[in-house]
Ligand binder design. Structure first.
Ligand code: GRF
Length: 187
């Protein structure tokens, strides 16, 4: 049994990556334990995984980002959380917030960074006739999708690929890559 790092996962949507992290974290040798899930979207489906696995969760509106971050920091400090995983979290955190945590925030992005940072990744990849795409887990820095890369997984793009099929194909890889990346951070 390892001394698990207390972790908070941030979500905004479906939470399929959250689910894969929760499942991995139930293994006694996995380096982190999820102590809190924060969503900025009250309708995020991912909140159901918090309920299902009895993990504490909070909803905070991100309309006022300063207040949102204040609320998050309060909960994080109260629970002595030391590591943050962004998983489909659609808020850009402030420089101050990110600096408070140093190399302690990681994110998953559905492209082979540094290519295709930002939104509408799959559409842009297909429009550019790329042969490959993939996903990347990286440290979060104030510059969007630009922090040091932890792990990447490449997928081949088929001739008849659509945005939706590519999204699904990459998500399947994301679910393996995120837990592997967490292991690699604490190795
Ligand atoms: C994933 O494709 C992730 O890379 C991106 O947002 C999506 C979130 O999916 N940042 P889910 O909420 O984990 O299902």
């Amino acid at each position: 049994m390892v001394n698990k790092i207390k972790t908070c996962v941030f979500i905004s949507g479906n939470g399929s990556n959250l689910k894969s992290i929760i499942k991995s974290s139930r293994d006694c040798s996995f380096p982190i334990r999820i102590e809190l899930i924060i969503s900025n979207n009250i309708k995020a489906k991912g909140i159901n995984f918090a309920k299902k696995f009895s993990i504490p969760y909070k909803f905070f509106s991100s309309k006022n980002k300063i207040q949102f971050e204040r609320n998050c920091l309060f909960e994080i400090k109260k629970r002595k959380i030391k590591f943050l995983c962004l998983a489909g979290f659609k808020v850009i955190l402030s420089k101050n917030f990110i600096r408070t945590f140093g190399q302690k925030i990681i994110n998953i992005h559905p492209s082979l960074l540094p290519k295709y940072k930002g939104l509408n990744t799959h559409r842009r990849v297909l429009e550019s006739n790329e042969k490959y795409s993939g996903c990347t887990v990286h440290f979060v820095t104030p510059a969007l999708d630009s922090g040091k890369i932890i792990l990447q997984k490449k997928v081949l793009i088929n001739n008849n690929e659509t945005e939706n099929s590519l999204k699904k194909k990459i998500l399947m890889q994301e679910h393996k890559l995120y837990p592997q990346s967490i292991i690699s951070v604490f190795r």
